[in-house]
Design a protein. Structure first.
Length: 572
């Protein structure tokens, strides 16, 4: 036990993993360490993040809404009227405090290894935001091997690694992201020379594309996905029913219908699709294997029992293909990478699972990353540790990624600083619920959660959800209303049947937008106007002063939206 009686915290984040991929949530992918973690703790259905990586990470580390934390939109999706406006800086801004900043001040050691994606410029890297020791990838996605190859030419400006604030020029010959990040966290914890508690943030880039694994992992899942999409979806759904994650009467989610069915693929296309999923699955098993190494080290040092562990994915599974990352095209990807079937998963390949597998990965939810449908924002959450008493499968609590910071502070008996120039917390502590000190739910029917990124919008209140999706996944200016208790697949728009509920939630979304300083995009891309090199300077001289209205008026607004607590390129 730590000398101050405070627990250690281990925050584990995976990148673009689907809701049902890992074993504890019904997946066929072997993840025994996550399974053991879940069996000794609690796993949650109905935990929500942003629909994209960086906004989620900003909320996770700050406990504040992404529009307050600097990720009001996703670089490089800023419109010219959003660029460098308050809350739209494109990096984790100084209006919020971070978990490591607060815990470091309270006597904790603070370590990070893995994906940052919250600022590449000096003063905004992890070491400047409270981390004592860091090895971080600063961008959104990159080759998982030592070649440091960017996802595209336009991703290059933030495709860098940093160690303790200094750019890393060369990676070891045997570098593989998940292995090396884990090595670093183990190193930092092992080299700690005292009994103070620690906060360790291990943020894998796996299984974000490009899908790649070391050679010895390439054939771990050979043949597993030869039966196609429906077979895996049905098997997962059945296991989820057996686990109590979904109702026994739930029927399979047939998907969006935007992609070819398995039987519509040629034999060659089926082989390619199955092989992509094999590599993806191997990436997830590999990161679980690395977690096993980390857990073994904590046990060896008698620190495991006094560590509270949080595990989550940053958003739903990724539907995008390599040509999504501008200025890539199908032709340029075919020309510049070796994407022959026999080379899938190796250092000079660039493959992704694609839209249909992404929908399967999110079984039984609809859609995927990018969207504010449940498949984009609902991800697996496991919380485990001797200090928390909650056990089993929880399906009836509406949780949010901003809840993690106040929960950690509560367990550490550390107060959130009462600085007047700091944005209010959006999250609420889960400790009373995890300790079973109260019979009250985490949130009640009057509590509200708001979401917005790249004009994809949603608000949740009790069993109800109102959602707006622009094309291609939405229908112009139409909002849809769903009752998630009866319709977790979001198949039945009941806006016409419940106009009062529709208007109630629409008003809640407008109040949320006002409170967080949402600025409606004007349709002109800042990166197109400035060029990528200039865009990534994040220079305030390019700021366009907004007209009076919701975005400007809201920057100082506050709102009590939940439980008497003040709410306090896209592919990455």
């Amino acid at each position: 036990m730590s000398s101050q009686g405070q627990p250690n915290f281990l925050l584990l984040v995976v990148d673009d993993m689907g809701y049902s991929d890992c074993q504890p949530f019904g997946g066929e992918i072997s993840t025994p360490n996550l399974q053991q973690l879940a069996e000794k703790g609690a796993r949650f259905r109905n935990f929500h993040t942003s629909a994209l990586c960086a906004p989620t990470r900003s909320m996770l580390l700050s406990g504040c809404d992404n529009h307050h934390a600097g990720l009001g939109n996703m670089p490089t999706a800023h419109a010219t009227n959003q660029y460098m406006q308050p809350g739209y800086e494109g990096y984790l801004n100084k209006d919020v405090l971070t978990i490591p900043e607060i815990l470091k001040e309270a006597g904790y050691h603070t370590y990070m290894a893995g994906k940052w994606h919250l600022g590449e410029l000096e003063g905004f890297r992890p070491h400047a935001r409270g981390f004592e020791r860091t090895f971080s990838f600063l961008g959104g996605g990159v080759s998982h091997f030592n070649d440091q190859r960017a996802l595209s030419e336009f991703e290059q400006p933030h495709t860098e690694y940093s160690e303790d604030g200094k750019t890393v020029e060369n990676l070891p010959e045997d570098f593989y992201s998940s292995n090396y990040y884990t090595d670093k966290i183990i190193q930092y914890i092992t080299e700690q020379g005292d009994d103070k508690p620690f906060f360790a943030y291990l943020a894998f880039t796996a299984p974000h594309d490009p899908l790649q694994v070391p050679d010895e992992w390439l054939d771990k899942y050979k043949g597993t996905y030869d039966g196609g999409y429906d077979a895996i979806r049905d098997q997962r759904l059945q296991r989820m029913k057996e686990l109590g994650l979904v109702p026994d009467v739930l029927t399979p989610n047939e998907g969006s219908g935007e992609y070819k069915k398995w039987e519509e693929l040629t034999k060659e296309e089926q082989r390619e699709a199955a092989r992509k999923m094999e590599i993806y699955a191997a990436m997830i098993e590999n990161l679980d294997w690395n977690l096993g190494r980390l857990f073994a080290k904590l046990k060896e040092q008698n620190k495991f029992d006094d560590t509270i562990i949080f595990f989550l994915s940053d958003n739903g599974a990724n539907p995008k293909e390599p040509q999504f990352y501008a200025p890539n095209t199908k032709e340029s990807v075919a020309r510049e990478y070796d994407n022959r079937l026999e080379n899938y998963g190796k250092i000079n390949s660039f493959i992704s699972i694609g839209g249909t597998w992404a929908e399967v990965a999110n079984t039984p939810l609809s859609y995927f990353k990018i969207t504010t449908y449940e498949g984009g924002t609902q991800t697996p959450l496991i919380i485990s540790g001797r200090r928390m008493h909650k056990r089993g499968v929880v399906t009836d609590e509406m949780l949010h990624v901003t809840d993690i910071l106040p929960t950690m502070l509560d367990y550490a008996n550390v107060q959130y600083p009462k600085e007047t120039d700091v944005k209010p917390l959006y999250g609420t502590s889960l400790k009373p619920y995890l300790q079973e000190e109260t019979k009250q739910p985490v949130r009640n029917a009057f509590d509200v959660l708001g979401f917005e990124i790249t004009e994809c919008k949603a608000v949740m209140k009790g069993d109800w959800k109102l959602i707006f999706m622009p094309p291609p996944y939405g229908e112009g200016d139409e909002w849809h209303l769903f009752n998630l208790k009866k319709d977790i697949k979001e198949e039945n728009n009941v806006a016409a049947q419940f106009p009062e509920k529709f208007n109630e939630l629409k008003a809640e979304w407008e109040a949320y937008a006002l409170s967080v300083g949402y600025i409606k995009a004007n349709g002109e891309r800042a990166v197109a106007k400035l060029g990528f090199e200039e865009f990534y300077r994040f220079d305030p001289k390019h700021r366009i002063e907004p007209k009076a209205g919701i975005g400007r008026a809201a920057t100082k607004a506050g709102r009590k939206s939940k439980k008497n607590v003040q709410p306090t390129d896209l592919g990455d």
